[in-house]
Design a protein around this ligand. Structure first.
Ligand code: NAD
Ligand code: UDP
Length: 341
């Protein structure tokens, strides 16, 4: 059944891929994005990939009057909430900005939804809420803890949503805990376009492959892992986007007062050096690297138990590490500076 979905942060990396899939599945979509970490060029490219119309509002989730008008002008039935700041290191330097944007912004959005009677909500959470996991793979019932302000904002939003579910009628909520999103649309026209030096492994590797950066620093080779380097559960952004459609379909069939936390990962752990090798194969480029000290706050290993997503949503990741590298490389080589000219 076609829905009118408000997608906050829909011009960003994960939002853009999800918007294309939502529109092409027949949903009506309104994007709300302040373009603080995205570009109007992304919007134009998203529109070209969509087979139906797309509505874009440039604005901030922290603006209550804009939200009130948005909900009264549009017959929104569900919200997928990507908007937020996401850089761990920056969150340590600017914690107040992170709390204000991620927690304050989410609260404003939920207040406007409550007021408008729109109570179907999908939240972009993160595997960071599991902290340094005691057991692997990580299930949704694993203990939660965080080590930096960014992670705190995600955990605080989860608690706010749990309180809403406990105390207020009518909400249907899914907390999607993403593992490590990578990859790009197969067209090579939309992808991840980090501002400045990338913090994450995949964009750094792809920029080294394209010659934009000289050398990758591998942060530690003395972890208790298969080759000593950090192990993560990389998931293709197109699989992740499909997970949001599955979550939306699931919520629409549920009775009121539903809250589920669901991991979106592949269930497979890949080391830094394995990813570098796979990227060399995909790109045909050499990726020079040096072993550097461990990065502060990093954990050795993190991968999902993805069985709940399969049993509840009927969703599982299908794309391989090769797909992730091929699609990232197509995006990187066609857009060496991302959306910047
Ligand atoms: P992104 O930065 O590419 O996209 C976020 C979008 O939100 C951007 O387009 C930005 O302009 C917009 N935005 C930020 N603050 C806003 C505000 N106050 N009002 C309106 N728009 C605002 O990030 P992404 O990688 O697409 O991540 C999307 C969500 O998923 C974020 O909440 C992030 O924390 C979460 N997440 C991301 C990852 C990851 O590795 N990419 C992992 C786990 C969770
Ligand atoms: N990593 C690295 N060099 C980099 C960036 C990341 O060796 O320039 C490593 C990092 O230590 C971790 C893995 O790559 O083991 C994934 O890091 P990323 O920041 O992408 O994700 P996160 O640590 O947040 O899961």
């Amino acid at each position: 059944m076609s829905q009118h979905v408000l997608v906050t942060g829909g011009a960003g990396f994960i939002g853009s891929h999800t918007v294309v899939q939502l529109v092409n599945a027949g949903h009506q979509v309104t994007i709300l994005d302040n373009l603080s970490n995205s570009s109007i060029i992304a919007l134009e490219r998203i529109k070209k990939l969509c087979t139906g119309p797309l509505d874009f509002i440039e604005g901030d989730i922290r603006n209550p009057s804009l939200l009130e008008k948005l909900f009264s002008d549009h017959d929104i039935t569900a919200v997928i909430h990507f908007a937020g700041l996401k850089a761990v290191g920056e969150s340590v330097e600017k914690p107040l900005e992170y709390y204000e944007n991620n927690v304050g912004g989410t609260t404003q959005l939920l207040k406007a939804m409550q007021h408008a009677g729109v109570k179907t909500f999908i939240f972009s959470s993160s595997a960071t809420v599991y902290g340094d996991p005691e057991t692997l793979p990580i299930t949704e019932d694993s203990p939660r803890s965080t080590t930096n302000p960014y992670g705190q904002t995600k955990l605080m939003c989860e608690h706010i949503l749990e309180d809403l579910d406990q105390t207020q009628d009518g909400w249907k909520i899914i907390l999607l805990r993403y593992f490590n999103p990578v990859g790009a649309h197969i067209s090579g026209t939309i992808g991840e376009s980090p501002a400045g030096t990338p913090n994450n492994l995949m964009p750094f590797v792809s920029q080294v492959a394209s010659g934009r950066r000289d050398t990758l620093s591998v942060f530690g080779n003395d972890y208790p892992t298969k080759d000593g380097t950090g192990v993560r559960d990389y998931i293709h952004v197109e699989d992740l986007a499909e997970g949001h459609l599955a979550a939306l379909n699931y919520l629409l069939e549920q009775p009121d007062n539903t809250l589920q936390a669901i991991n979106l990962g592949t269930g497979k752990g890949i080391s830094v050096l394995e990813l570098v090798n796979a990227f060399e194969q995909a790109s045909g480029q050499q990726i020079p690297y040096q072993i550097s000290p461990r990065r502060s706050g990093d954990i050795a290993t993190c991968y999902a138990d993805a069985t709940r997503a399969k049993s509840l949503l009927g969703w599982q990741a299908t794309k391989t590490v090769e797909d992730m590298c091929n699609d990232t490389w197509r995006w990187q080589s066609q857009n060496p500076n991302g959306y910047d000219a």
